[in-house]
Design a protein around this ligand. Structure first.
Ligand code: DGL
Length: 271
């Protein structure tokens, strides 16, 4: 594997584009292979084994297409798959995952109450429990969780700013606001696309915290450490792969990447 190879980025759908944006900002010379498993999204409420299996298949597809490593740009997939993936591929094929950004939220809270909005899978997984034990518990910070099955499908449908999304957010997050949370950890990579709707409903009640920028910096360090960083040369580009209908994904991918639709090519793959 050489530094010239593209870096794989995986999410169940379009949520990982929020991470890809940070990766492209931080690593402007890298090429990216973005794979959205749109045939199976949402995965957040699926059983642990199925989440693990879908993630392993996606990473295998990116490996087979010549990726030099993979950013698992999905909190739910990361919660169940990072250890088996690293065991399988070894250190020469870096696997970088996402953990809900509890650490910076704990550092920033003034009220001592932090909210985490995530999928059922992420709430069940051990990664979230580990960061709460490591950062929140010793600081005496209370972590309250909120979950919704409707938000990921709304973002997938290009409805992140809709009245429906705002109504779901109102219902889901009001208990956190009432409990005094002043930080809201966006524990799913789809949720940064809901930031405007959250602010429209809740104003400055919560500071919104996600892990996109931190994971992009970490990815740069991991690639550099493995001798896989593409540091110079022409600007990098992104290739978009989906497991579902590419024409259905193209408009929302264009909107979320800020590129005009005719300039977004989406290819269908099987995993
Ligand atoms: N973007 C995924 C995450 O970060 C969404 C999971 C889903 O498909 O439900 O958890």
């Amino acid at each position: 594997m050489t530094s010239e190879a593209p870096l794989g980025v995986f999410d169940s759908g379009v949520g990982g584009l929020s991470v890809l944006a940070q990766l492209r900002r931080h690593l402007p010379h890298e090429d990216f292979l973005y794979l959205a498993d749109t045939a199976h999204v949402p995965i957040g409420a699926r059983p642990d084994d199925e989440i693990r299996d879908l993630t392993e298949r996606a990473v295998a597809a990116l490996h087979a297409r010549g990726a030099k490593g993979v950013v698992v740009a999905c909190n739910t997939a990361s919660a169940f798959s990072l250890t088996p993936l690293r065991e399988r591929y070894g250190p020469s094929f870096p696997i970088i995952g996402l953990v809900p950004a509890v650490k910076p939220a704990v550092a920033a809270t003034r009220s001592g109450v932090v909210g985490v909005l995530a999928t059922p899978g992420t709430l069940r997984g051990t990664l979230l429990r580990d960061v709460i034990r490591k950062w929140a518990d010793p600081a005496g910070v209370q972590v309250l969780t909120a979950v919704s099955a409707e938000l990921v499908p709304l973002v997938e449908a290009g409805q992140a700013s809709s009245e429906q999304a705002r109504a779901v957010l109102r219902e889901t997050l009001t208990p956190l606001a009432q409990a005094g949370a002043d930080q809201l950890v966006l524990g799913c990579t789809h949720y940064p696309f809901l930031a405007d709707s959250i602010r429209a409903e809740f104003g400055d009640t919560f500071a919104l915290v996600d892990s996109g920028a931190a994971v992009a910096r970490h990815t740069g360090n991991v690639l550099a450490g493995a001798g896989l960083l593409r540091e110079a040369g022409r600007p990098g580009h992104a290739t978009y792969l989906v497991t579902g209908n590419p024409e259905a994904s193209r408009p929302v991918m264009a909107t979320l990447t800020g590129v005009s639709e005719q300039n977004v090519t989406v290819q269908q793959v099987t995993t």
